[in-house]
Design a protein around this ligand. Structure first.
Ligand SMILES: [Zn+2]
Ligand SMILES: [Zn+2]
Length: 216
């Protein structure tokens, strides 16, 4: 993968080895995108949390492979590092989720947007609200779909986007089926947007069918 804004901790689908999750490390600030059940261990090994003034976690939806170690991370930062986590999420039940996992209210704050972050509501599974987002860091604009079964909500945001991160799969259903979006992804790429595929259930198949035209 070439130089891009996001560094990935994992790009596997929900039953894979490493949950789909990424981060952006800045001076004084660490932004983490999703915090599934495999993520806390990785974060703890990789980062010296004392370095950052702000730790922000963007949560796209509440499936376990995206939020399964969120409470653990917040508790760890609160009790071991005296740091309050900022959670960016529009999930309707995010507060309830943190409450039932025993996360003290004082240890985090929830925000649903910032000057540089706008959530984009999408369709994923019937019983859970799910969001992608548009994020601007310095001069780079990215759009990140989160788990989605459609590209439709994101199309209107792609005009000035440098990097587009897309959930794709071999089989479709709750996720975009790669064969269904090949042409549209080629068109987006031809407009100058770099395309990064993620949350892959079968990387080999996806690389084969896309002929490695996109970053995987
Ligand atoms: Zn997922
Ligand atoms: Zn999901």
């Amino acid at each position: 993968m070439k130089n891009n804004l996001l560094e990935f901790l994992g790009r596997d689908s929900g039953f894979g080895e490493k949950n789909n999750s990424a981060y952006i490390e800045m001076e004084n600030k660490l932004i983490i995108i999703d915090c599934g059940f495999t993520v806390f261990e990785q974060l703890k090994k990789r980062f010296d949390f004392t370095k950052y003034e702000n730790i922000e976690v963007i949560i796209t939806h509440l499936h376990n492979d995206h939020a399964g170690s969120l409470s653990q991370l917040i508790l760890y930062l609160w009790f071991m590092h005296n740091k309050k986590t900022t959670v960016y999420s529009k999930c309707s039940r995010i507060k309830e989720y943190l409450d039932i996992t025993g996360t003290p209210t004082a240890s985090y704050e929830i925000k649903d947007e910032s000057e540089n972050l706008k959530f984009i509501k999408t369709e994923h599974v019937e019983h859970l609200d799910a969001y992608g987002f548009k994020l601007k860091i310095n001069d780079t604009n990215i759009v990140y779909t989160g788990d989605t079964n459609t590209l439709e909500p994101f199309m209107q945001y792609l005009d000035d986007v440098n990097e587009f991160y897309v959930d794709v799969s071999k089989f479709g259903g709750a996720h975009i089926k790669i064969d269904d979006v090949l042409e549209i992804l080629r068109k987006i790429k031809s407009n100058g947007t770099s395309i990064y595929l993620m949350h892959m259930d079968d990387k080999e198949y996806i690389e084969d069918v896309t002929k490695k035209e996109f970053y995987t």
